[in-house]
Design a protein around this ligand. Structure first.
Ligand SMILES: Nc1ncnc2c1ncn2[C@@H]1O[C@H](COP(=O)(O)OP(=O)(O)O)[C@@H](O)[C@H]1O
Ligand SMILES: [Mg+2]
Length: 343
């Protein structure tokens, strides 16, 4: 009999998406094939304190948040004995290359994108610049440092009026789950939207409003990635904000009602973007399908998308013929493959 390998599930974390991570980790926890893997949970509190041995189910029993431990563990100690890591962490300090870099240093194979792809995709400003360079279709955007927004508000307003118009979207470069994002309808509201975004990051992205449908596609693989059937988000709000994502009744249509040609375009662009960003394992690539002309526009790449049983990423795979537990299994295999390849 082959010895079972130890799979460490890292969850919680310091980002605003802590609660989402706990939910995702609980779903993964239940789905791992125990005949193949021994599972070790590693809980990370909002303050960034690590505790090995507290399962996501135990965390859910006491609330949705990892309790602050009285005595924190050293991260390297918490990871001792872990053969493969599954960092089910969203946003800063989880999806941004920092944990990935630590796992590289500790020489532990891990699920998902590596250091550069993670940090690139979490930084909307850098990602947009790189994707523009690749020639991928995107809506008009501007990026600013928050200091510039504070010191030159009139210049920022002029640039927005000249190049984007209203409504526009103001976003911190490095968040997720719509945290810190505002839809700004009139110039008067721009300063407060910029201040909100500046609370979360020093870099701010402003985008022209795209009147279109929201389409998502799940990608799985390493150097030969596959794309799932696309889905369509029907936000139960003016846009897909935090509330609409996790609290109210937003729907995802799976599969998205698209023509075969549109499906092929979405899948091809999703794979091209995944490859250009240097992703591995998984990513959900999000698009807009503009109403006026049917143009497909790239919105963003999530290298660790929500992963509960009802999240779009696994749901899209389910509709493509890959069940949740098989997906989890495949991700671990891909992590080991990538690790072996890099050695
Ligand atoms: N330029 C835009 N035009 C129209 N809607 C947008 C635009 N940018 C963002 N949105 C809306 O805001 C939501 C969140 O924005 P997104 O860039 O995906 O950030 P996050 O990383 O937080 O998911 C999108 O799902 C969409 O509903
Ligand atoms: Mg998004």
């Amino acid at each position: 009999m082959v010895a079972r390998r130890t799979l460490g599930i890292l969850f919680g974390g310091r980002s605003a998406e802590h609660e989402v991570s706990v939910q995702s980790a609980a779903s993964i926890w239940r789905a791992v094939d125990r005949s193949k893997y021994e599972v070790v949970p590693i809980a990370i509190s909002k303050a960034g304190k690590w505790t090995a041995g507290m399962s996501p189910l135990a965390v859910l029993e006491v609330g949705a948040v990892v309790p602050e431990p009285e005595q924190a563990q050293d991260p390297a100690c918490a990871l001792a004995g872990v053969d493969i890591a599954f960092p089910v962490l969203h946003g800063p300090y989880g999806e941004d290359g920092t944990i990935q870099g630590m796992l590289e240093i500790l020489d532990i194979p891990y699920v998902g994108a590596g250091v550069l792809a993670s940090s690139l995709c979490l930084d909307k400003a850098m990602a947009k610049l790189v994707f523009a360079q690749c020639g991928f279709p995107q809506g008009p955007f501007l990026t600013f440092h928050r200091n510039y927004c504070r010191q030159q508000p009139a210049a920022v307003l002029r640039a927005v009026e000249d190049q984007l118009g209203f409504p526009c979207f103001v976003k911190p470069a490095n968040m997720g789950s719509s945290v810190g994002i505002s839809k700004v309808h009139i110039p008067d509201r721009l300063p407060q939207a910029l201040e909100l975004a500046a609370d979360y990051d020093s870099k701010i992205v402003i985008e022209a409003f795209i009147d279109g449908r929201e389409i998502e596609c799940s990608v799985l693989g390493n150097e030969q990635p596959m794309a799932s059937v696309p889905g369509e988000i029907l936000p139960d709000a003016e846009f897909y904000d935090y509330q609409a994502k996790y609290v109210s009744d937003s729907q995802v249509l799976i599969p998205a009602p698209l023509t075969p040609q549109q499906v092929a375009n979405v899948q091809q662009l999703a794979i091209d973007v995944f490859t250009a960003a240097g992703c591995s394992g998984l990513a959900r690539v999000d698009f807009f399908l503009r109403n006026s002309d049917g143009q497909l526009l790239l919105n963003e790449v999530n290298t660790m998308p929500g992963f509960t049983r009802i999240s779009a990423y696994p749901k899209l795979w389910e509709a493509s013929g890959l069940a949740y537990s098989q997906l989890v299994d495949e991700l671990v295999v891909l992590a080991l493959e990538r690790y072996a390849e890099r050695r």
